[in-house]
Design a binder for this molecule. Sequence first.
Ligand code: GDP
Length: 297
Amino acid sequence: MVLAQLGEKISCALQKMRNSTVVDEGVLNECINEINRELIIADVDYQLLSNMVNRIKEAVVHRPVGHNKRIAIEQAVFKELFKMLDPGKPSFTPEKGKTSVVILVGLQGSGKTTTCTKYAYYYKKKGFKPALVCADTFRACALDQLSKMHKKPRSLSLEGARFYTVIDPVEVAVEGVELFKKETRDLIIVDTSGRHKQDNDLFEELRQLSEATKPDLVIFVMDSSIGKAAFSQARAFKQSVAVGAVIVTKMDGHAKGGGALSAIAATKSPVIFIGNGERVDDFEDFDVDRFVRRLLG
Ligand code: GDP
């Protein structure tokens, strides 16, 4: 099941329709069929797809031939993508003064460690007292990266955040979380290890780590450029731990982020933030509207 580069393909179909001098029934049907075909190739759930195509058809069928249909179909496609990107289930949100444990998971290189610091900084600015636990014992330099990122030139200070690490990842996570709970930190963020590819040891480690720390939220971190692999990657993580939200990184690059649709479909969880750079404040709230416009742009 893959929703690869879906946005780009749909965008192409819409562009073709926009470029037609007259938008008659033939052009409309071709556009809808093309979108339909892309969604089938992308392996969207059949029922979801047939309902979606019916709704798009319905939105345009009673309009007079011409310009209105062009706008109507674009609006209908926009609305449907909007719905796909908004699973309607808000993610857990940390509350100031109340201890929350948040675990970040994802493949190595997805931007997890960077995102941990961005997430901590985002909430620090809101008055939280964040703490970071480095349970990435697989990658030796992860702690170093976590603790030094805020000291980089042009980075913003995470002063006041604390860091913790030992050897066994589950032990690290449990002890770190306990330590910071005693310190009444209200946001405890656990950075976990990744691997270059999905492997059973990683998933077993995450399962144990999650069971031992009982997080309030597990966030799946995905690189916006992973394309075809997004669905299987997100699903594999969801099968091991209770992923409740997604963060899409590297949106400052060329990728339009179509893989986010896959991650949402696979995890049934909303995207909550976008990473758009390497600095600690290159991080923004996810805006469905802006994201769909980018996908179709
Ligand atoms: P991890 O292995 O999942 O912990 O990934 P890292 O946090 O080490 O990030 C891998 C690389 O991606 C590093 O070079 C980061 O600076 C870079 N990176 C992370 N997030 C972003 C982002 O939003 N934009 C860009 N351009 N680079 C990013």
